[in-house]
Design a binder for this molecule. Sequence first.
Ligand SMILES: O=C(CO)COP(=O)(O)O
Ligand SMILES: [Zn+2]
Length: 211
Amino acid sequence: MKEDELRAEIVKFGALLYGRGLAHGSAGNLSVRQEDGTILVTPTNSSLGFLSPGQISKVSAEGIHLVGDPPSKEAFFHLAVYQERPEASAIVHLHSTHAVALSCLCHEDTSDVLPPLTAYQIMRIGRLPLLPYFRPGDRKLADAVRQIAGGHKAMLLANHGPIVSGKSLQDAVHAYEELEETAKLVFLIGDRPVSRLTCEAIADLNEAFPN
Ligand SMILES: O=C(CO)COP(=O)(O)O
Ligand SMILES: [Zn+2]
């Protein structure tokens, strides 16, 4: 896609996520990677529901602001994910309610904080590791993301929210929505005994639908 089409995609999906209540206030950020390695990222302190194509920031692969409004303070973790995941072309980071609630719980096993509940969870998200808490925009957050991003399409930042990457913005949005719905299921199920997907079922899904 050309740059103007990608800018239009960011505006369209920002409005969709805001309209669905997954983005609120000025929380969250979206980005896409272009073929030349630059990224288009939503401006800092902007509402995802009311973006215009021209204000979207362009940032070099090294993190230098090139054009548009000042970029998201999280542009550095977006760049870290792109560096570690050559297949990724888009990233969605939001503060949606159920995913953030999951990020505020104490988790014994931080390598995967979602029980394997449904096929689409396995297909779209895979394992969801929890990263420690960092202040938003902290470069140490980008370093922590860099260490783990290579093996994970999605990550959860403690007391903050998820980072989800995809082959396209649509792919990343679909995966983000699946994550939010899965987190909602976790709270809906609560303490009731859960029938988890078996290791065999998960292996079968990963073989049939490789990420
Ligand atoms: O989600 C956010 C911080 O983690 C929003 O930050 P920005 O407004 O700088 O994109
Ligand atoms: Zn955030």
